[in-house]
Design a protein around this ligand. Sequence first.
Ligand SMILES: *Cc1c(COP(=O)(O)O)cnc(C)c1O
Length: 388
Amino acid sequence: MKFSQTQAVHAGREDFAELGVHAPPLDLSTTYPIRDLDAGTASFDALVAGAAQADNPIYARLFNPTVARFERALAQLEGSSDAVAFASGMAATAACLLAARGRGSHVLAVRPLYGTNDHLLDSGLMGVPVRWIEAAAIADEVRSDTALVFIETPSNPTLDLVDIAAVVKTAGKVPVLVDSTFATPVLQQPLRQGARLVMHSATKFLGGHGDVIAGVIACDHEWGTALRQVRAVTGGLLHPLAAYLLHRSLPTLALRVERAQANAITLAQRLSTHAAVAKTFFPALGTVANAHLLGTQMTGPGTMISFDLEGGHAAAAQLMRKVKVATPAVSLGSVDTLIQHPAGLTHRVLDEATRERYAITPGLVRLSVGIEDVEDLWADLQQALPPR
Ligand SMILES: *Cc1c(COP(=O)(O)O)cnc(C)c1O
């Protein structure tokens, strides 16, 4: 389905006319007056059981209206009935694993994943063991007691696409979680392909300005209830000010993604013919797995480019040292361009053999393209790359 720019501007703001405001109120209360004890008890019971709202918010670990506004808005953009926000993307992933724990004995997951997702799953820290499989093997590996299937598309850092509808079909009744951080709801809405849970590190494109750490899961009411129960007891809360900033960023999400994507298309084409570059990973170049899903599952190639330098680690280190417009830093999805080295930074937690297997070589750099003028970005890369 096409992303609705009207929804992006107005979602979570439906009650403004009634409130007589033009910007969302920011509620920083940690606690709320309870004059009617019995009504308060009923609200308390409801919120602890995972209700999306109650007459009295009681305590900010149970409910916050500013956070709930952002959640309602994001749910509309993903086409979900519910959404639950967390203090970070990893808090969101952890809550999903804790909620999944009671539903089965193991998680099936497809590599490559964001490094810390991989680390969290592989460590077994959440009490649910992982079995690493190829997407094509899900039908053979899925069991009635599989708790969750975990995939990421586009994947980090090599931007392989995973066919969500095909995974959902082979997973049968087992819920499929898609980390859709790289795509944003602008380019991909996995629930429409049948996924049960969509995860975003809202730190990235949803926030978009490099000043908020956050995570969110878009899902149905059953999972929403389970996730709020986990959040209420483990406390991985999104701060209301962060929720306010995220909500403020949603109206410009598509503008930012589309502009950065146009820049990325130009840069990927030029990088792919640059003599210093051995391989450019970008869905629109057809150099990633399942690139045929462009135009259907994913409406555009996105704003991330990875490229492997002929000169290996030394060339990558030089590139990070010499860029002036781009910032050499981890993270992504900000208005400004960021460049980083997966083998040395974000994917450090993977052992060397796993890194090699997934093309995370010493010469691989990952570019999160921003909304600057594309010729300035190209000039910056050219002066930082080894001479042709
Ligand atoms: C950043 C990121 C995460 C983790 O999110 P945090 O907000 O840093 O906790 C998970 N998945 C992907 C794809 C990411 O880029």
